[in-house]
Design a protein around this ligand. Structure first.
Ligand SMILES: C[S@@+](CC[C@H](N)C(=O)[O-])C[C@H]1O[C@@H](n2cnc3c(N)ncnc32)[C@H](O)[C@@H]1O
Length: 259
């Protein structure tokens, strides 16, 4: 007699499928990176058990983008980080349930990752989707995208490695467009990401559903800059003191991104 075919377990978020399939628990993996080195860089080859191009997502939220990339690009390794334990719990559960061996998630600040945990010239791609704009002037110092941060992203990328950034905040985008090209051969993307036209990340899906404009771009690290030169350039650039426009705060509240 024919065995009934098992239904594929596809997960959806706001109606948009999350890549991959939830496997039988016997096939689950452990994607939480719980122990970080006390000082110095991560041993990436030991972590993944192989040497492969590395994709990093800084402020990865619930991991949607990296999960998709890890499913679709099995020859690449992936590291997602976020300061919020709750979102990393979602991300690791997704990674585990899909039996992924090429992704790890850690609770840690993006600044520490690029400054210390990633060896120089170690990442093939670094992504940053919807860094928080921080509307309150007292919180402006928490903004992630600063010239010094970009110099460190540049240092962590292999020569020609790619930086991706996206926001729905027009003030943040004006600032990004001004300083990112100092470190990367940056091109604005008009239109959606071809691999995920309904949104690469949870926040992108939410913004698209609300009809908000989205600003995106990417580009390779400038190969004519040494890390010292990048640092010197950073020192001469303005800090991110743009007006984030408090009227746009509602989407952060709705997303639960604040705090
Ligand atoms: C607006 S959410 C976007 C999440 C996800 N990238 C997306 O597009 O759906 C911003 C995320 O950045 C995280 N975050 C804020 N500051 C951070 C930092 N310094 N390092 C790492 N993550 C940070 C927050 O916890 C939050 O999950």
């Amino acid at each position: 007699m024919k065995q009934p075919r098992k239904r594929r377990q596809i997960e959806r978020e706001f109606g948009v499928p999350v890549a991959g399939e939830i496997l039988d628990p016997t096939k689950w993996t452990q994607t939480a990176l719980k122990r970080l080195p006390e000082a110095g860089p991560i041993d990436l080859a030991a972590l993944f058990g192989r040497v492969a191009p590395l994709v990093v997502d800084l402020g990865c939220g619930n991991g949607r983008y990296l999960i998709g990339s890890a499913v679709w690009r099995p020859t690449m390794d992936h590291l997602g980080v976020d300061v919020k334990p709750v979102v990393i719990r979602y991300a690791t559960r997704r990674g585990n349930q899909r039996g992924l061996a090429n992704v790890r998630f850690a609770v840690v600040g993006a600044e520490r990752v690029v400054r210390e945990l990633l060896p120089a010239a170690s990442a093939a791609e670094i992504h940053c989707y919807h860094p928080q704009p921080y509307y309150d002037p007292a919180e402006v110092h928490r903004r992630l995208i600063t010239p010094a941060f970009l110099a460190l992203v540049h240092r962590a990328l292999i020569p020609g490695g790619l930086f991706f950034i996206q926001t729905d905040n027009p003030g943040y985008w004006r600032y990004i467009r001004e300083i990112v090209p100092c470190f990367f051969a940056f091109h604005e993307r008009i239109g959606r990401w071809p691999d995920a036209p309904r949104g690469r990340t949870r926040r992108e899906i939410m913004a698209l559903k609300r009809g908000l404009p989205l600003f995106r771009g990417s580009g390779p690290a400038r190969t004519d800059l040494s890390p010292d030169q990048a640092r010197a350039i950073a020192e001469a650039l303005p800090p991110p003191v743009f007006d984030a426009d408090r009227r746009l705060r509602w989407l952060d509240v709705e997303e639960g991104a604040e705090g």
